[in-house]
Every structure is written in C-alpha cells, then in structure tokens.
Design a protein around this ligand. Structure first.
Ligand code: AMP
Ligand code: ZN
Length: 302
C-alpha cells in the first residue's frame, strides 16, 4: 500500500483525523488541535517580540478583492467559490424536483459575494491599502485562517481546507527581504526545537497551464519563493511545511500600498502550514504524544 494512504489510515485509526468521505476534508481530534495550539504558541515565542498587528479574517473573502487579486489568472484550478440558492418559490419547487430525481441541482446556484480564502494573506492587502500610507517603520501583520484549495488527495498532508499561520511584512525591499531571511533562520531553529529535520529549497507556486510554466520558472530564477521541507510520508519527497515568499512590489502596485514617502511598498509573507507541521510531528515522533521525546514535549508544552 502506498505510504500516504497507510499514514492516512493510521491517523484515522488513531482518531487524530476523522474521515468525512471527501479526500482532503477531515475532522481533527482534540489531541491534534492541541498540537497545533502548542505549535502556534511556539510561533508566538519566536515572533511575538516583533510586535506584529494580529488580524483574524474568516475563511471566506470579498469576491471583488479576490477577482482583483488575479488568483483566477494564476491558479483557477485551486479556487473555491461560494454559491447559494437565490430563486423564488417556483425555482425552489424545480430545485426540489431536480434533487429528488438525482439531477444536477448545483447549476442553478448563484455566486455570492464570498469566495473561500486561498491563502491567509489575500484579504490583508486591500484592507491595509484602505488605511492610507504605511507608517515609517512599515507594516507587520500576524494572520491565521483556514484556506481552501481544490486539490483532493489521499496524502493527508494535502488537504482542501487547512490552516495557514502567516506573518506579512510591508516596507522597502531591504526591510522585507531581511524579514524573510529572519524567518527562514527561525523556521530552522523552531523545527530543530521540536526534533524535526528540515531542508530549505527554492520553490514555485503551481501556476496554471503553459503560460504558468514560464511564471513558475521566473519565480524560481529570481528566488522569490523558498520552502522549508520536512519528510512526512516520504523521505525522498519531503513536504513543504513553511513557505517564504517575496512578492517584490507586485502586491504593492496592484493594491496601491504606499510607504510614508509615497513610493510603492514591497511585500513578503511567511506561511506555516499548521496541519502539515502537526502531521510531520506525528509521523516523526509517533501517533501518541505521550511517547514523544521529552525535549520535544517541553518545547511544545513547557
Ligand atoms: P503556499 O501559499 O502554497 O506557499 O502555502 C503556504 C503553506 O501552506 C505551505 O508551505 C504548506 O505548509 C501549507 N499548504 C499549502 N497547501 C496545502 C494543502 N493542500 N494542505 C495542507 N497544507 C498546505
Ligand atoms: Zn501569504
């Protein structure tokens, strides 16, 4: 049996993840959540003194912001939109009839003003842009959100609804690239503290189609994205558990993010894949946290 399926089955058997009948959509046990909560406190210990502004958005975002972000141009295959029934009573009768007959009732659903958040930082840029120019010291934000990506898989580390904790930095090129480097160093230290072996490598986003291949190559050539990789289901193909992204002035230009002197802000974001980190811990140290090495338990729970 392949390693991903067997690890998923073991997680189900241990009750850490709960099968919903849909690949990549799982319930989580209290124990699984406790590991994520403990790891988030570790993130706070490393990043708390930086004084980031904490903001929590729900897992859905303004569809108009999503459209403007260009997500559908780059990643249409991953997007999730929220649709609802908006008809009259007569339409409701046809809907019920269609469902009773086992037909496709979803075609009549209408798009709402909400789409599922694809990455925790997407709702932030328009929010900050609306406030006016950034302060002299730039901007630093602490985010966490469930994110949706339509990528059904039997790999437990590839989920359709998962949480991303992010720090986002806005400022000059030097300011945001220093921020990104600082978090690459911290990421390695943090994983070391919880007994996980990591490597950092240059990476690219899964841009759609033939034109996307060029964008991906360009992203790699310019070292715009790095990932921190940890073996979860495979030593040969380790899983990206953190990513470190430098957007240059792309989001600054798109959203009109300005520094104090009116120049366009550069931005960078650092993302923690919280479920992936929890899964890496379970894969490495075993499915029972009581059996985890003492130094790992201490780093997480004190
Ligand atoms: P990305 O924006 O693709 O760099 O994603 C940020 C982080 O979220 C990654 O480094 C992963 O740790 C995590 N992540 C991305 N996609 C998934 C997924 N399908 N399931 C679970 N975690 C994910
Ligand atoms: Zn981001």
């Amino acid at each position: 049996m392949d390693m991903q399926v067997s690890f998923l089955d073991r997680l189900f058997e241990a009750g850490l993840l709960i099968d919903t009948g849909v690949e990549g959509l799982y319930g989580r046990s209290g124990q699984f959540e406790d590991v994520i909560a403990a790891f988030e406190r570790l993130i706070d210990r490393f990043g708390g003194a930086d004084g980031a502004e904490a903001i929590r958005f729900p897992p859905g975002m303004n569809r108009a912001y999503f459209e403007k972000s260009g997500y559908m141009k780059s990643f249409p295959q991953l997007a999730g939109t929220v649709h609802s029934f908006c008809g009259c009573e007569l339409d409701h009768v046809s809907l019920m009839k269609c469902m009773d007959e086992g037909g496709d009732w979803t075609g009549e659903q209408k798009a709402t003003d909400i789409v599922l958040t694809p990455a925790a930082c997407y709702p932030l840029y328009p929010t900050v842009a609306k406030r006016g120019r950034l302060p002299a010291e730039g901007g630093l934000y602490d985010l966490q959100s469930y994110c949706f990506r339509h990528e059904p898989s039997t790999d437990p580390a590839r989920q359709q609804l998962f949480r991303m904790r992010e720090y986002v930095c806005m400022g000059t090129q030097d300011h945001v690239t220093d921020f990104r480097q600082r978090w690459m160093d911290r990421g390695v230290q943090m994983m070391d503290a919880v007994g996980l072996t990591v490597e950092i490598d240059v990476a690219n986003d899964p841009f759609f189609g033939r034109a996307g291949r060029m964008l991906a190559n360009n992203q790699r050539d310019q070292n715009l994205k790095f990932e921190l990789l940890i073996p979860v289901t495979s030593a040969a193909k380790p899983t990206a558990c953190m990513s470190f992204n430098y957007h240059q002035d792309a989001f600054g230009t798109k959203w009109g993010l300005e520094l104090e002197d009116g120049s366009t802000a550069h931005t960078a974001c650092v993302g923690f894949g919280l479920e992936r980190i929890a899964l890496a811990l379970f894969a490495h140290h075993g499915l029972d946290v009581k059996d985890w090495p003492a130094h790992v338990r201490k780093a997480l729970w004190g």
